[in-house]
Design a protein around this ligand. Structure first.
Ligand code: NAI
Ligand code: AKG
Length: 409
């Protein structure tokens, strides 16, 4: 099964419950535009390397399309399409005025110098700039990209269209980025986890957590868990994992990872591999790296009571069914990690109003939107006796469907 088949399976299941006609299902699932472009890059040593870039614009019924830009060697058309589709439902679940898109370049960022990354980003903008922009499609950071990449994106876009910070979000705060965007996805993940645990009568304080991925999302989630009294006992990154049943000192680990480039060999911990991390005996498992890491092959090894999808699509539909039977609760990506795009929306609003919010306002508005969205999804799940994932899809697809019918085609 491809990534896109997986995303489509969740959609069809929800659309079936909603009684959507086959024609409406086809209209909502078919992407509006797919771009696949060649990016030729002159390397620092004078050689030419050729990369493939994608921007897939899935749906604009509710507003300009929105979604991250991923630099990773496994980026491919099916993955980008599935991620673009998820963005459409995600922006609808949190009810922000956007559609969904996603982009990426198939490249191993570790092989690029800073200068090469800058030029690669600009060459990508050169070929897609007419199809994106503040009222069309607004990129943001995802795996392998960050605020610096967004700054290059904005600078290059502005060369064609005039100075326009709202063309991209997740920029550095010094260059029209929003306070609180960098932490937003991880913080949002934890705020939703708190709410879920509360509903399920599980104390957050003292609960144990394992986190796969210690980049933007994983590290900010870990930091917030520690602040709120949870115990992070295992984390991993691409180089492997570490474990300490007494709990990790997250702030020290963040400094260590910054200094050494990885979490490996953090003093006072035992090494574990990524399979062992996923199978840790913890209350809450947070996959915060790649998609498709929990499948029917390893689902039976999972011992956590709750799985929080901080990453996009970490659990395959087959594994999802296994968890439903075992009573393991999954908080789905289109809600769990929506804090990032929500603060991206705040950034876009601030850029358009030329007015900067302080971090307190950002955090309060984020908390309000995520709490309301959680409550709506929870209520649908209770009423219809379905999983939180299906409930979130019902909410998201319903909003996109209504906008489509009202706006016409
Ligand atoms: N950055 C954002 O605001 C948002 C990100 N997400 C999703 O969260 C996930 C992580 O994104 P970021 O933290 O931004 O990426 P990042 O590039 O900052 O960090 C990725 C982390 O995953 C680790 N990793 C990579 N391959 C791995 C593997 N095979 N096993 C274990 N760890 C591995 C890396 O070492 C790194 O620690 C992605 O699925 C992304 O789509 C979702 C919503 C918003
Ligand atoms: O912040 C954004 O606009 C998009 C974030 C993103 O790519 C995601 O939620 O998967």
């Amino acid at each position: 099964m491809s990534s896109h088949d997986d995303a489509a399976r969740y959609f069809h299941h929800a659309a079936g419950i909603m009684g959507l006609s086959k024609n409406m299902q086809a209209l909502l699932l078919t992407p509006e535009r797919e771009m696949k472009v060649q990016i030729a890059l002159e390397r620092d040593n004078g050689e030419i390397s050729t990369f493939i870039g994608y921007r897939i614009q899935h749906n604009s019924a509710r507003g300009p399309m929105k979604g991250g830009l991923r630099y990773h060697h496994e980026v491919n058309e099916s993955e980008v399409l599935s991620l673009a589709t998820l963005m459409t439902w995600k922006t609808a679940v949190v009810n922000i005025p956007y559609g969904g898109a996603k982009g990426g370049i198939s490249v191993n960022v570790k092989d690029l110098t800073q200068g090469e990354k800058d030029r690669l980003t600009r060459k990508f903008v050169d070929v897609i700039h007419d199809m994106v922009g503040p009222d069309k499609d607004i990129p943001a950071p995802d795996m392998g990209t960050n605020a610096q990449v967004m700054a290059w994106f904005m600078n290059q876009y502005s060369k064609f269209h005039g100075y326009n910070p709202a063309c991209v979000t997740g920029k550095p705060v010094e260059l029209h980025g929003s306070e609180g965007r960098e932490e937003a996805t991880g913080r949002g993940v934890v705020s939703l986890t708190e709410r879920l645990l509360d509903k399920c009568k599980q104390n957050f304080q003292g609960s144990t957590f394992a986190i796969q991925g210690f980049g933007n999302v994983g590290s900010f989630a870990a930091r917030r868990i520690e602040e709120l009294g949870g115990k992070v006992v295992a984390v991993s990154d691409v180089s492997g994992g570490i474990w300490n049943p007494e709990g990790l000192d997250v702030m020290k680990l963040i400094d260590y990872a910054k200094d050494t480039g990885s979490i490996s060999n953090f003093p006072g911990t035992d090494p574990i591999d990524n399979d062992a991390l996923l199978a840790s005996e913890v209350d809450v498992l947070i996959p915060a790296a790649l998609g498709g890491v929990i499948t029917s092959d390893n689902a039976s090894t999972i011992r956590a009571k709750f799985i929080i999808e901080a990453a996009n699509a970490p659990v395959t539909p087959e594994a999802d069914e296994i968890f439903a039977h075992k009573g393991i609760i999954v908080l789905p990506d289109i809600l769990a990690n929506a804090g990032g795009v929500t603060v991206s929306y705040f950034e876009w609003v601030q850029n358009r109003q030329h007015f900067q919010w302080d971090v307190t306002r950002v955090r309060e508005e984020l908390h309000r939107i995520l709490s309301d969205s959680f409550d709506k999804v929870w209520q649908i799940a209770e009423e219809k006796k379905i999983s939180l994932r299906l409930a979130a899809y019902l909410l998201g697809i319903g909003r996109v469907g209504r906008a489509t019918v009202l706006g016409g085609i």
